[in-house]
Design a protein around this ligand. Sequence first.
Ligand SMILES: CC(C)(COP(=O)(O)OP(=O)(O)OC[C@H]1O[C@@H](n2cnc3c(N)ncnc32)[C@H](O)[C@@H]1OP(=O)(O)O)[C@@H](O)C(=O)NCCC(=O)NCCS
Length: 182
Amino acid sequence: MSLRFVLDPELTDDLRERIVALWVDVTNAGGAVGFVAPVDAAEVRTIADPTLAAIADGPDRLLLGYDGDRLVAMAIFTDPRFHLKTHLRVLTRVMVHPDMQGRGFGEALMREAERVARRLGLAALHVTVRDGFGLDRFYRRLGYHEVGRWPAAIRVAPGDDRDEILMWLDLTAARQDEPTNS
Ligand SMILES: CC(C)(COP(=O)(O)OP(=O)(O)OC[C@H]1O[C@@H](n2cnc3c(N)ncnc32)[C@H](O)[C@@H]1OP(=O)(O)O)[C@@H](O)C(=O)NCCC(=O)NCCS
């Protein structure tokens, strides 16, 4: 089974609700996507609404993954909003629905994001990762490298501060699985 990917979907009211529902389910299963469980739709909308506005109005772009007609994965290409960084994007809100995790869909989502980034001619993709969840391993497998940390930058709970790990995928280097011309 493979996912069907859609870049730049039309953000109808129905789709917005489905995105919020996905985001709630991922968070409440322990996902590190901007909140700490438990959350409900109203709380997620406080971030989802401006996030989706910045997609509808630009400059950010949305990549969705569907299993049939069911929305099960998403990632956002976030523009750095700085004219000296137009060659980069930050991938944010990378998530797969909890009952679909562990089947290779997260990896497929990230590979699709990489394909899109290469098609757009970007030089690098960047992700920030909450330390202590093993998530950096997921990104390392996909070729991302740790390039720094914001120490104790994420307060998961009082007395539980986590580093924010900065990870980087260089798109200017030849991919290891691609043949070279030499
Ligand atoms: C992170 C996430 C997108 C991965 O999606 P997924 O569909 O479960 O991942 P895959 O099945 O493609 O896994 C690919 C590999 O990465 C590993 N992996 C996946 N999630 C991992 C995690 N949280 N920690 C460590 N390794 C992980 C898998 O074990 C797998 O390796 P394997 O083939 O050796 O078993 C998904 O778990 C998720 O949505 N998590 C909650 C949201 C979140 O925290 N997002 C990250 C924001 S920085």
